[in-house]
Design a protein around this ligand. Structure first.
Ligand code: ADP
Length: 474
């Protein structure tokens, strides 16, 4: 914008200057030419008036008597008289031995008796040549030639051109310099405001304000409008934050408070079921079992909600070195009871050390195993694989289930999102959201590869730790 302002400003100035200077120059040139023309015409007239003719010869014959040419000359003005045959009959002294050329105009003047004005160049010097018959309207008479050198006039004009050019350059350069400076000064507050706005955008710090010292003009108004907008944004953001904070705290508190009573209900239901089992009618037994399952489901949901509430509160995990092989083995053992009718296998060997949180990594694997078991039809296969290499430990849970179509591979990690096909199975859609959070907390990323109709593979890459000395010894 600064550049454009300066450019326009300089352009307008240049065009105006050019028009004014050009106008003055052409006007002066015309006036000088006009006055030169007048001079030669007047001189010709005077010479003609001083020329006499009549029976002036010694024997009374007709003769022409020319005046002394030098009376009419000046340093730049030359006069010469030629007869009807073009022979020079008189010339002013300042011509020396040379003579004015017999031009087309001169010849025409001899022939027609009419005066002619020409602009000619002799030896590189420009001249106005005026050829005037000695006796007007008489054809075939002698001619008086008056020539005025335009040398001084041309020199003056070329000096003027140079002066105008220098003035033009000086004016345009200094004006564009000044213009650039002024534009910079005028736009400085906008630049500062833009910088502040960018910083606010990057840091997200809505407490900051644009600094503006200056009059309450358009810029001042812009600055205060911008600051007012920031204040409103900040207030809205605060309100939103406190509402969110309240909601998170509510979820955390509610889950926490629900956890113990739910556990008690589940345990009591279980012991009731065990104790009364032989005495119950089949429908009563089924009712109690279903109640126990629901209580179980609720407990799990509440535990998941609590984990996510903790995640939202920005709670970090305590990490320490552990062997991922051990965690994978325990998780698989624990899941085996659920995986009835499935082939379940651990592809791993000890010594896969990483920095991690044992409980959460186990929860992570249990979530993935739970899904694999839940969604893979009986007769299928579920594998847990822990590999190391290239400074990494990769743990993966693979199944031969239905797979996940590409367009849903991102959505399934969202909270409460469940695929249509999964609806009949138990679950609340929180498992993968928790798994992803746990992966993030370990500085890794939960990756998914899936082949619809053939199965899925969930994988987590972690940085490998060297096997500790005591582990190597044992
Ligand atoms: P939930 O299992 O409780 O529905 P999750 O967050 O664990 O919730 O999973 C989200 C969705 O992703 C599931 O509803 C299911 O449709 C899909 N999904 C997860 N794991 C698998 C898997 N191993 N095979 C096929 N679909 C899966």
């Amino acid at each position: 914008m600064r550049f454009r302002l300066t450019l326009w400003y300089s352009l307008v100035l240049a065009v105006t200057l050019l028009a004014v200077e050009g106008g003055i120059y052409f006007f002066l040139r015309r006036s000088l030419e006009e006055s030169a023309r007048q001079t030669v015409v007047e001189r010709g007239e005077k010479v003609a008036q001083a020329t006499v003719s009549g029976p002036l010869g010694p024997r009374g014959e007709f003769a022409v008597l020319l005046p002394r040419m030098d009376v009419f000359t000046s340093p730049d003005l030359f006069i010469q008289a030629v007869d009807a045959f073009g022979a020079v009959v008189a010339r002013s002294e300042n011509l020396g031995r040379s003579s004015l050329p017999l031009t087309k105009g001169t010849k025409a003047a001899i022939r027609s008796g009419k005066a002619a004005m020409e602009r000619i160049t002799v030896n590189g010097e420009e001249l106005f040549l005026y050829s005037r018959p000695m006796f007007p309207d008489v054809e075939g008479t002698g001619v008086i030639q008056v020539a005025l050198s335009l040398k001084r006039q041309n020199e003056f004009l070329s000096r003027l051109r140079l002066l105008f050019l220098a003035g033009f350059l000086l004016a345009v350069l200094s004006a564009s310099g000044l213009g650039a400076f002024l534009a910079r000064q005028a736009l400085l507050p906008i630049k500062r405001m833009t910088e502040t706005a960018r910083e606010i955008g990057m840091s997200g710090d809505l407490r900051r304000r644009v600094e503006y010292r200056g009059p309450q003009d358009e810029l001042g108004e812009l600055a205060s409008t911008f600051n007012e907008m920031l204040s409103r944004l900040e207030a809205a953001h605060r309100r939103l934050e406190s509402t969110l904070e309240g909601q998170k705290r509510f979820v955390a508190d509610a889950s926490h408070e629900l956890r113990n009573p739910l556990a008690a209900i589940r345990l009591n239901l279980l012991s009731l079921l065990n104790r009364l089992h032989p005495r119950l009618e089949p429908e009563e037994r089924e009712l109690l079992a279903s109640l126990t399952r629901e209580a179980e489901r609720l407990s799990r949901l509440v535990a998941d909600l609590l984990t996510l509430a903790r995640a939202d509160a920005g709670l970090g995990l305590d990490l320490s070195p552990l062997d991922l092989h051990e965690v994978a083995r325990e998780a698989l053992e624990q899941s085996r009871i659920l995986g009835e009718g499935l082939e379940m296998e651990l592809l791993s060997s000890p010594g896969k050390w990483v920095l991690g949180n044992r409980d959460y990594l186990k929860q992570f694997l249990l979530i993935l195993l739970d899904n694999a078991i839940k969604y893979t039809p009986r007769g299928g296969r579920v594998e847990v694989e822990v590999e190391s290499g290239n400074g990494e430990v990769v743990v993966g849970v693979r199944d031969t289930g239905p797979g996940i179509p590409p367009e849903e591979r991102e959505r399934i990690f969202e909270r409460f999102y469940r695929r249509e096909e999964a609806r009949p199975k138990p679950g609340a859609g929180l498992g993968l959201a928790i798994a992803r959070w746990i992966a993030d907390q370990h500085g890794g990323r939960l990756e998914l590869e899936s082949w619809p109709g053939q199965g899925s593979l969930f994988r987590l890459r972690l940085k490998a730790l060297p096997v500790p000395a005591e582990a190597r010894a044992s």
